[in-house]
Write a protein that binds this ligand. Structure first.
Ligand SMILES: [Ca+2]
Length: 257
């Protein structure tokens, strides 16, 4: 998903999960072996496309299209490109850069375009491992695990002086993924056997003013991944599960094989 502001303007808190969404949907690579399970789990062939019905916290709706299209050397890594567009934001496009290692899908960053002009580039301080595969219920892994970094390395729009005392602060940030269950999910595109993955964040800000740590933990998102299909459904949260930011349900998909 694109970077969006929540009602409270907590851009930083939702930025990471927005990046995630793309990686989750698919992530191919040139060194992908046609015989491995990755291509079965993640239909990552060039040209594959998914369309989602999305509902936001304010009940507004839109349609999001994600398409795999080409490759690019991004952050010195040969990545495949996932292009996302949204009906409510004509002219805007986000290109996300992924690698499929054969056992994991990682996102390296993204570029935002407006009417064909590059307006923002984000390189993740660490590749973000959104999937490992094959998925099994109960497995868990670190998506990203950063220690003592400047807040702006994770959230480009964030100040590095979070407590406002004139001295930059540092933070730790860890996102953990856990496969919660295997279940059948019904969306407009049909009913699919899926794995429900929970993405949990823990953020620790080391405040220079007090020497204290500010710690925040929250569930950022649930994704239902359908083997051979892609992301079937996704729900993103604000601070916890009671505050839904957006829900996306698969409407149609076009997979070449
Ligand atoms: Ca400070």
């Amino acid at each position: 998903m694109k970077i969006r502001r929540t009602p409270e303007g907590k851009t930083l808190l939702i930025l990471v999960f927005l990046i995630l969404l793309c990686g989750i949907v698919s992530c191919p690579s040139d060194d992908d072996d046609d015989d491995n399970n990755g291509s079965a789990y993640f239909p990552s062939q060039d040209g594959n496309q998914w369309i989602y019905q999305t509902t936001y916290y304010d009940d507004s709706t839109s349609e999001i299209t994600q398409k795999i299209s080409g490759t690019k050397n991004f952050a010195n890594v040969n990545c495949q490109i996932m292009i996302e567009t949204e009906t409510t934001e004509p002219g805007e496009e986000q290109r996300r850069y992924f690698v499929d290692s054969g056992s994991a899908i990682s996102i390296y960053g993204y570029e935002d375009y407006e009417n064909g002009t590059l307006v923002e580039t984000y390189i993740s301080p660490q590749p973000m491992k959104f999937f490992v595969y094959p998925l099994t219920v109960g497995q868990t892994w670190d998506v990203i695990n950063l220690t003592n970094v400047a807040p702006s390395t994770i959230w480009p729009d964030s100040t590095d002086d979070v407590d406002g005392d004139g001295t930059p602060d540092t933070m730790d940030f860890k996102m953990t993924a856990t496969v919660k269950e295997e279940a059948t999910v019904t969306v407009p595109a049909g009913s699919f056997n899926s794995f429900k993955i929970e993405y949990h964040n823990k953020m620790t800000i080391h405040m220079s003013s007090s020497g204290q740590d500010f710690v925040m933990e929250w569930i950022q998102q649930h994704s239902w991944m359908g083997p051979n299909i892609g992301i079937v459904q996704e729900i993103n949260y604000e601070d916890d599960e009671s505050e839904i930011v957006m829900t996306s349900k698969l409407k149609e998909y076009h997979l070449g094989n």
